[in-house]
Design a protein. Sequence first.
Length: 330
Amino acid sequence: MTRTPVNVTVTGAAGQIGYALLFRIASGHLLGADVPVNLRLLEIPQGLKAAEGVAMELDDCAFPLLRDITITDQANVAFDGANVALLVGARPRTAGMERGDLLSANGGIFGPQGKAINDNAADDIKVLVVGNPANTNALIAQRNAPDVPAERFTAMTRLDHNRAVAQLAKKAGVTVEDVKKVTIWGNHSATQYPDLFHAEISGKSAFEAVGADQKWVEDFFIPKVAKRGAEIIEVRGASSAASAANAAIDHVYTWVNGTPAGDWTSMGIVSDGSYGVPEGLISSFPVTTQNGTFEIVQGLDLSEFDRKRIDASVGELAEERDAVQELGLI
Ligand SMILES: NC(=O)c1ccc[n+]([C@@H]2O[C@H](COP(=O)([O-])OP(=O)(O)OC[C@H]3O[C@@H](n4cnc5c(N)ncnc54)[C@H](O)[C@@H]3O)[C@@H](O)[C@H]2O)c1
Ligand SMILES: O=C(O)C[C@H](O)C(=O)O
């Protein structure tokens, strides 16, 4: 039986993450090796020519699963019938820009894109926001799409999750497959809380597996993961691109195809009030996924240390929400 192609919209398609992402989507890594895709590439007018060049290269790969490519600077066209939307294009912070300026500039992108999703996307639309500040951009898009169920808007903390898994595997001298139940709580920013206390390594407590070394956790592990984005920028001379694209692929693949038994993942999702995170904020939680839906992992005991770290990051998210509310963006 021939499957109907899935419409995948990617914004910022001519950027560096776009370049690392599109070829993997077209080769079946986003949805599965038997799922054909149509790509819809959204760029700003200055980015259209480069997007056309990327589309030419996609053609040249002769990917069996890639059915059609549309390139446009019109959000209504890009999101028409979209089943999956990866919102990567964003306004980067430039010299002299205050946080309010950044939120306002991105509000001008994610508000209209949220509305275009609301008015044009397919009923089963799933949205992942990658462009920074990812959680608050996702909140802006979600609030501008009142007809779309709120849980369809998610923000990417999978890169932080994968970074935490890699650091733990390295420290414990095991492979990444031995590391399970890691959680990123809060914001995709330096305030995020990478939590190893509920994680397992080779079926045992991850904290024990790294030598019950609280100093290593506080002085190395948490800042290493939370500030890894800045470290990549410093060392590579450009922000993470292939690892960010890989995390976007992992996020959507897991959302659609489910978390493995005995593990969970981290996703920025609209809070239902779990773990004291105010309802409506888009915050990262431990989640399990199944058949295209997700559930927050419930019942984890939070220590005073966990609570303090989660509250700090969630406090930052509340400040960002208040700022975009004052700007009239939500
Ligand atoms: N959540 C995460 O873990 C994570 C990780 C890495 C990077 N990021 C963020 O992802 C974003 C993209 O990174 P990049 O390295 O690809 O940047 P980039 O500058 O290389 O590419 C961004 C592209 O977006 C396009 N663009 C800008 N405004 C647009 C709009 N309104 N509609 C459509 N396209 C638009 C630009 O023309 C450009 O081609 C940045 O905001 C970056 O901070 C997030
Ligand atoms: O683009 C950035 O500021 C960093 C990025 O969000 C990352 O985590 O690598």
